[in-house]
Design a protein around this ligand. Structure first.
Ligand code: HXC
Length: 283
C-alpha cells in the first residue's frame, strides 16, 4: 500500500499526461486513471499533515476532479481514497472555528459538499484509517464503501459542540439503523471496519495494503459494463432512499424500459444467446 501511495504521489496531474481531462493543478488531491484499460478514475485525498481534513479548497478540488471524470467517456467508475492513516478526519475544524451562524446560514456553508451526490458514474470509497465526521459523511455519499481492516468510522461532532452537517444523521441511520446511528452521533464513539461491515455500512473489508487495488478492481468490473445502463441502475438504487416503494418500483420499471432503447441492452442479450462476451458501446 505504501508503495501504491508513493506511486500516486509521483503521478502528474492527469491533464498533464494528455488524458483529455480538463487541466487543473491540484494542491490537496492526487488524480490518476487506473485499471488495465485506464477506465477507473482515482482521487486520493492528500493533505497528510492534517489527516486529510476536508478544507474548503480540498472539497473544491474533489468536485473539479469528479467533474472531469464525469465528462471523460473513458472513465466508467471513480474511486476516492485517502492515506493509510486517514481517509479523512472530518471537515477542517480550524477553518470552522471562528465561523458565525450568520456566515454559515447566509453563505449556505458546505453547500458544495453535495456535488458528489449528483455524479452519475458510480463512486467507490476506499477507506483506510480514520473516516470521522465529514470524512465518514463523504464516504457515505459514495455508492459503495470498501474498508481497510484498520478503518474507523465515527461522527464525533458532538464532542465539538455541533452535529453532523453533511448527511451523517441521515445516511448513517439509513445504513446501520437507528440505535447504532444514535449511539455514534450522541456519544461520538467510533466503530471498527468489522463493526461497520456487520452493521451494513461497508460492503467489504480488506487488508490495508490491498484496499485500493480491490476498490479499483471493483471499479473496473463496473466500468466494463455499459456505462449508460450502469448509470440507470445507480439511479434506480438511489431512488430507494427518496421514494415510496410504489414510486421507487415505478421509477425502476421506467428505467428498465429505457434500457430497451439502448444498443447495449440488445447487445447484452444477443451475446448471451450467441454464447459470447458482450461488447458494450455505451449507446
Ligand atoms: C483540522 C485536523 C483535523 C480536523 C486532525 N487535524 N483532524 N485539523 N480539522 N478535522 C490535524 C490536527 O490538528 C493535527 O495538526 C494533525 O491533524 C494530526 O492530528 P492529531 O490529533 O495530532 O493526530 P492523532 O493524535 O493521531 O489523532 C487523530 C484523530 C484526531 C483522532 C483523528 O486528530 C481527531 O480527533 N481529529 C478530529 C476529528 C473530528 O472531530 N472530526 C470531525 C470534525 S467536524 P497540528 O498541526 O495541530 O499538529 C466535522 C463536521 C462535518 O467533520 C460537518 C459537515 C461537513
Amino acid at each position: 500500500m505504501a508503495a501504491l501511495y508513493r506511486v500516486l504521489s509521483r503521478t502528474m496531474p492527469v491533464a498533464v499526461r494528455g488524458s483529455g481531462l480538463r487541466a487543473f493543478s491540484y494542491q490537496h488531491i492526487i488524480v490518476a486513471k487506473k485499471g488495465g484499460q485506464q477506465n477507473v478514475g482515482l482521487i486520493q485525498l492528500n493533505r497528510p499533515k492534517a489527516l486529510n481534513a476536508l478544507c474548503n479548497d480540498l472539497m473544491t478540488e474533489v468536485n473539479q476532479a469528479l467533474d472531469s471524470f464525469e465528462r471523460d467517456a473513458q472513465i466508467g467508475a471513480i474511486v476516492i481514497t485517502g492515506s493509510e492513516k486517514a481517509f479523512a478526519a472530518g471537515a477542517d475544524i480550524k477553518e470552522m472555528q471562528n465561523r458565525t451562524f450568520q456566515d454559515c446560514y447566509g453563505g449556505n456553508f458546505l453547500a458544495h459538499w453535495n456535488v458528489i451526490c449528483s455524479v452519475k458514474k458510480p463512486v467507490i470509497a476506499a477507506v483506510n484509517g480514520y473516516a470521522l465526521g465529514g470524512g465518514c459523511e463523504l464516504a457515505m455519499m459514495c455508492d459503495i464503501i470498501y474498508a481497510g481492516e484498520k478503518a474507523q468510522f465515527g461522527q464525533p461532532e458532538i464532542l465539538l459542540g455541533t452535529i453532523p452537517g453533511a448527511g451523517g444523521t441521515q445516511r448513517l441511520t439509513r445504513a446501520v439503523g437507528k440505535s447504532l446511528a444514535m449511539e455514534m452521533v450522541l456519544t461520538g464513539d467510533r466503530i471498527s471496519a468489522q463493526e461497520a461491515k456487520e452493521a451494513g455500512l461497508v460492503s467489504k473489508v480488506f487488508p490495508v495494503e490491498k484496499l485500493v487495488e480491490e476498490a479499483v478492481a471493483c471499479g473496473e468490473k463496473i466500468a466494463n459494463h455499459s456505462k449508460l445502463v450502469v448509470s440507470m441502475a445507480k439511479e434506480a438504487v438511489n431512488g430507494s432512499f427518496e421514494l415510496t416503494l410504489a414510486e421507487g418500483t415505478r421509477l425502476e420499471k421506467r428505467l428498465f424500459h429505457c434500457t430497451f432503447a439502448t444498443d447495449d441492452r440488445k447487445e447484452g442479450m444477443t451475446a448471451f444467446v450467441e454464447k459470447r462476451k458482450a461488447n458494450f458501446t455505451d449507446h
